[in-house]
Design a protein around this ligand. Sequence first.
Ligand SMILES: Cc1ncc(COP(=O)(O)O)c(C=O)c1O
Length: 374
Amino acid sequence: MTEAIPYFDLPAQLRGIRQEIDAALARTIDHCSFCLGPDVAQFEKDFATYLGAPHCVGCNSGTSALHLAMRLLGVGPGDEVITSPFTFVATSWAISYVGAKPVYVDIDDATFNLDPQRVERAITSRTAAILPVHLYGHPADLDPLLDICRQHDLPLVEDAAQAHGAKYKGKAVGTFGRISCFSFYPGKNLGACGEGGALVTDNAAFAARARALREHGSTQRYHHDEIGFNYRMEGFQGAVLGVKLKHLEKWTNERRRVARRYHELLADTPLQLPREAAWAESAWHLYVVRHPQRDQLKQHLEANQVGCALHYPLPLHLQKCYADLGFKAGDFPVAEKAARECLSLPIYPEMTGARIQRVATVIKEFFQKQGGRG
Ligand SMILES: Cc1ncc(COP(=O)(O)O)c(C=O)c1O
């Protein structure tokens, strides 16, 4: 019997570090530091050092971090925030939570990220921020976006939820925006054993206010300076993330190995393969191939016990929750085509050469059956 290949193998990751995780969790229990506490404080320091960023504020999710970013920048009703329609919905939630309007612009076909030229055209007097996403771990083209921000005196907020360890022109993503946000959802390259996120900034005042906002708007117990939230990171998650962070660079290199091998094995198939732009080092959160017969290929992979997934089948401008924005099919053709064609193949540090080979073999069988190349 051939082995089923999971789309993502969290048990394999945890097996390799289980003793370290158990010891770290035991220490958290011994301290009884369950909400924030020393493990979270240490992780914040370590993650900031890893990125080369001055301040990191741990939160209970990436969504919360994005929400805090909008609050810190004073984005509110009547404001517009320019962002991508081709991302996980939480990017847009942050804008909606503060009563502002997401203004989508179409993506760049090669990187799936915000197209700077279209961003420029979307700016109005109500634009309050630009919010690019480093989708699938591949950096957005930040320099042109930062130029636009400088010209129009706008803040850039990076949604780096999928891009821990990715680099733009040699520098870690998450260090370019006025504020950057990460997610530590378990499936991310750096994932908690539960929910988690972080806000990163070089602005000490933003960091201090984010610390207060995540803790009910208070710096002194039972004194609340502004309306805040319970967005604290749990002690357990700080402990787990501290352990996993030590492995992240090695894991990112392993992801790169898997991506390189897919490139080699799939080069002669009709698939459009993901490529790093000249200025990018992707974190390879996802390995996303494209083909017009994506749905049939997905069925074929699943029938052969190869896990795969869709990121994302419906762009945000066509989601029911955003119907009141008045968009229709055809408004963002590049994003809509990507949504029809994208298929995420299994990629994780523990993926063996044999598994990669088998994924490629099953894909080639599909195209042979179709009478295509491969
Ligand atoms: C691009 C993007 N933005 C934001 C988020 C939200 O992060 P979280 O799930 O930690 O709230 C995610 C993760 O799910 C994401 O992929």
